[in-house]
Design a protein around this ligand. Structure first.
Ligand code: NAP
Length: 282
């Protein structure tokens, strides 16, 4: 069997079009701010890409690039400024933050109705309660991608490998809300290959290249690769997911590529969240 591709590029293009059409409802275009602390190269690439996409879609974008030695007090002052700035509809703090800054404490300072990434505990709680105000971008992108290709979720045995607050945990909650029977796996899980083979939908959010191998996948399963790993290649690096793409493609019915899969959806969902939060403020 050769799996069909779940193209994030294709599904994201549709979301970007929807964002552009939504602009008609606004007299002032919505605005999104991004705060980056330090100079993590991967974060820098994401932040530039977010800025570019905002521009293309007509969203006003503001980027605050703060030095690595920014203190918690300085960052919390900026957050409180963004919270009260009437011209900012939504914002996010690019993660990871430098180690001397307490991430959880900073995320808790964001006004929940401006929380573009759904990282505030209030928003996470609402998601868990089944009444979300805003959806976390990467998991929301996964579901939009599955829906775009008509992949059924209800009643399916779904295995999510990974339980981080950014990816695995909210993804499992959202699959549960869509009536999948969800299992989470993590580093203490026993017999992971057996669990994988029982799953009809597998979501890998581990952060280890080639983690999910073909022998762990039942024929016909749908495989979604959330992982984005920089693997050294020549003088630079290439991006690889958590899935052994070539071999798993021979067993799965559908599979996401990396790049061009889930990663392509995340920024589209961020812009979509910005529009939704701005619309709620109209
Ligand atoms: P993370 O915080 O490091 O979490 C990794 C998860 O994998 C943890 O829950 C960990 O279990 C689990 N894990 C590690 N080793 C395992 C093993 N041997 N067996 C089973 N589970 C294992 O990473 P993350 O932030 O969730 O990111 C995961 C990947 O997704 C990364 O490659 C990241 O770059 C990518 N990502 C992509 C997007 C996107 O836009 N597409 C967004 C976010 C993240 P424990 O909890 O027990 O430690």
């Amino acid at each position: 069997m050769s799996a069909r591709l779940l193209s994030g590029k294709e599904a994201a293009a549709k979301v970007f079009d929807e964002v552009k059409s939504a602009m008609r409802a606004f007299t002032q275009p919505p605005s999104l701010a991004v705060v980056q602390v330090g100079s993590d190269p991967a974060s820098g690439v994401y932040v530039n890409m977010k800025e570019k996409r905002c521009l293309e879609c007509g969203i006003r974008s503001a980027v605050f690039r703060l030095p690595e030695n920014t203190t918690e007090t300085e960052l919390s002052e900026l957050i409180s400024k963004l919270n009260s700035d009437q011209t900012i509809d939504a914002f996010l703090i690019q993660l990871p933050l430098p180690e001397h800054i307490n991430e959880a404490r900073m995320l808790e300072l964001i006004r929940p109705d401006k929380d573009a990434d759904c990282f505030h505990p209030y928003n996470f709680g609402r998601l868990a309660a089944g009444n979300p105000l805003v959806l976390p971008c990467t998991p929301a992108g996964v579901l939009v991608l599955l829906d775009h290709y008509g992949i059924e979720i209800e009643g399916k045995r779904a295995l999510v490998i990974g339980r981080s607050n950014i990816a695995g945990k909210p993804l499992g909650l959202m699959l549960l809300a869509r009536h999948a029977s969800v299992t989470w796996a993590h580093s203490r899980t026993r017999n992971l290959p057996d669990l994988c083979r029982e799953a009809e939908l597998i979501f890998a959010a581990v952060g280890k290249p080639n983690f999910l191998t073909a022998d762990m996948v039942s024929p016909g399963a749908v495989v979604v690769d959330v992982g984005i790993n920089r693997v050294p290649s020549g003088d630079g690096y290439v991006l690889r997911g958590d899935v052994d793409f070539e071999a798993v493609s021979e067993r799965a019915s559908w599979i996401t590529p990396v790049p061009g899969g889930v990663g392509a959806m995340t920024i589209a969902m961020l812009l979509s969240n910005c529009v939704a939060l701005a619309r709620a403020r109209l």
